[in-house]
Design a protein around this ligand. Sequence first.
Ligand code: HEM
Length: 463
Amino acid sequence: MTATAKQPAPDTSAPAHTQGLGDESSIWFKLTPLLKGGLDNPLHIIMQMAERYGPVIPINLANQRIVLLSEPEHFKHVLVTKADAYIKYFDGLKPIFGKSMITNDGALWQKIRMPQQPAFHPDMFAEYIPYFLAAIRTKMDMWSDVAKSGETIEMVEQTWTLAADMICKALFDRDMPFNPHFVFKCVKTYTDVMNHKEIRLKRQAGEIFEITEEDAAKAMEVWASVPPAVFGAEPREERERTLLKMIEAAVNDPNMPEFDQQQAIDELKQYLWAGTETTALTLAWALYETARHPEAAERIRKEGEQVYGDREPTAADYSALAYTRAVIQETMRIYPPIWGLIRVANEHDVIGDKEIRPGDRVVLFAYGAHHNPRFWEAPEEFRPERWMAGAAKKQVKYSYLPFGGGKRSCIGGAMSQVENTLALSLLLRRFRPEYVGTDPAGINATVTLTPKGGLKFKIRELS
Ligand code: HEM
């Protein structure tokens, strides 16, 4: 531990469930085996650490130091007040994101983000909705077949392919020019390897299998082939105002030499990961929660019936789908797809009473704030009502950050809520997805918060 880190007082008052974590100096060694497997929710261990050791926990590893933060005021400090002192961290994920804007900092980040920003202005959403609906209809046709065959489906894979289709159609003016199920598996192979570097043996569906470095390399070849396929595919409608057009214009802009062809390719990779993985996980977890709370699914059906009935929903209808949207917000509270935001300190600082040194990896533990009873009544309960007008207690600022915060917050957050609210409403009006996996579903905390072993469903079509 650091010179400034306080040793915990002899532990006579800690709650029973935090006993047995050991001295602060040995946290990591006790934590690592726990995080590796066996537990249904490894993030509860980090919550217990915060409860026992306080909101700023420095952890010394062999060649780096991690500082774990779990207080909203400290999130604000890192994301807003001293944002420039904390830069992005993407070491293991470069093959997924390349040099896309999400990985950059400072003036370069700003320069790359600026030409793309207009594609995410809320005024654009009405234009995108018909394309979201086209992708949702395709998924519904597939589900109709699934319902007839009675087969079991893996929901995250289902929602990933839907999210990728929505982005391709709405933002790129393309039908998906790749096999989304195949690409999904490739990306998962890679992120699994990088996040469990030392864990090669994984248990899934009762089988033990090994992921090798060669598998990861092959998976990345597939991933690299996706952006050229999108650029090369026939436009659906030759629309003028698309994100793809904005990216192409930036490449052709002589005032923007940084935005070269490789930048364009990497921007697409970024959207096809950051915009699909997170959106897909949210929708899959929302379907899981509504399957376990049939009264919520029923209320969503009724709301859709009242708001848009038998016609196609519009942007105004989206605004009126207050309960369905609340289900999405509550899902992101319980299962924030990005459970922890990571930054690297580039100067000396002090957070709480702890020293931060240049090079420290600072982890903002969003999941912990989302589940903290100081900020949320009954935080483990699924209560969409807490998001409804009038019901919401005044929220503590920065206690809810599914989309991050400050200038680096998610560019597509508001758009993803439109996608997921419409998808959830339409899917539940036509189908009754039945969760048939282990109950409750376990959690894997890798780059994203994923269900352990997936979310298995059977689909029933409502008459
Ligand atoms: C439920 C859906 C989503 C969630 C939970 C989510 C979450 C996040 C979070 C937490 C960040 C900030 C990461 C950090 O500060 O380190 C982020 C950034 C970003 N997200 Fe999202 N996101 C979602 C949907 C989308 C969509 C639909 C798109 C685009 C199609 C998108 C594109 C991006 C990009 C490009 C950034 C980087 C912005 C920048 O650095 O300027 N995301 N997202």
